[in-house]
Ligand binder design. Structure first.
Ligand SMILES: C[S@@+](CC[C@H](N)C(=O)[O-])C[C@H]1O[C@@H](n2cnc3c(N)ncnc32)[C@H](O)[C@@H]1O
Length: 265
């Protein structure tokens, strides 16, 4: 039997309302934002791979990086960080280094003292005794290398608990540092992490020519600390330049004017 085309079919399902133009545009925008985010992550991965190649090429002829095995993943420094740290140590040759957060970066800074510039000094600050125990055996020993265990102290900043190394100013006394590496204590989720560096500037522990490196500069908390450092320097009328590098993580560099060439290394 043939259907009568003039007879209308009736459905028991409720009819879906057609999306308004505004809704369609919103969905489209969301999809585009998700794609943009993924592209951004891919770009960071590509940059990371490029820094890995640069590091391997750059270190191949190095006479002082004897142990070239780095485990650059998880919480550790990434390739963009280690590459520029290597270049800064190699070309700028700092004399007095202060490093917050023991780990992969320390594999490089200790070799710098032991095999490239034995006249220079290195102080590393670390809050975890277990972490020191794990790492210290991998590091070269030298009378100018000091791995310091410091407890953490806590303070509140804008309704959030933050921590920093306790007793740092007593440890460093009136030393002046020309390289400060800010990668500890653990920073994520805090709104003023790793703020010992601000105290150091207020206390006059910065050399005339300096480089300060901040890891995790993409995070909101670290951005706050970086801003505080810039303010502290401006308050002392110290001229500065800031630049950034990134792979899968981002580093910010604050340097004195006569170290501005570090951005080309
Ligand atoms: C962000 S890590 C970086 C340390 C170092 N600059 C590096 O390149 O590896 C900062 C602190 O996290 C802690 N830490 C690092 N990796 C860890 C891990 N896998 N498990 C537990 N704590 C870790 C250590 O106390 C360290 O001082």
């Amino acid at each position: 039997m043939q259907n009568n085309p003039s007879k209308k079919r009736t459905s028991r399902c409720p009819k879906e309302k057609p999306a308004t133009l505004r809704e369609l545009a919103r969905q489209h925008e969301q999809r585009l934002a998700a794609i943009e985010q993924k592209l951004g992550l891919c770009y960071n991965e590509l940059k990371e791979l490029n820094y890995a190649h640069l590091l391997h090429d750059g270190m191949r002829e190095s006479s002082w990086v004897k142990n070239q095995t780095f485990d650059l993943h998880n919480w550790a420094a990434n390739y963009s960080f280690i590459y520029l740290l290597f270049r800064i140590l190699d070309k700028i040759e700092p004399q007095n280094i202060l490093e917050f957060g023991l780990g992969q970066t320390t594999k490089l800074t200790t070799q710098y003292i032991a095999y490239k510039n034995p006249e220079a000094y290195l102080n590393v600050c670390e809050h975890s005794r277990d972490w020191i125990k794990i790492y210290q055996q991998e590091l070269p020993e030298h009378e100018h290398i000091h791995i310091n265990h410091l407890d953490l102290e806590y303070f509140e900043y804008r309704c959030k608990r933050n921590d920093k190394y306790a007793g740092l100013l007593e440890l460093v006394e009136d030393q002046k540092f020309d390289l400060i590496i800010v990668d500890g204590p653990v920073g994520g989720g805090k709104n003023l992490p790793r703020s010992n560096v601000v105290d150091l500037i207020d206390n006059g522990n910065l050399a005339e020519d300096f480089v300060i490196i901040f890891d995790d500069a993409e995070r909101v908390g670290e951005k706050n600390t970086i801003r505080k450092v810039q303010e502290a320097l401006r308050k002392k009328a110290i001229a500065l330049q800031t630049f950034e590098r990134f792979g899968i993580k981002r580093q910010a560099y604050i340097v004195s004017m006569n170290r501005a060439f570090a951005s080309f290394l």
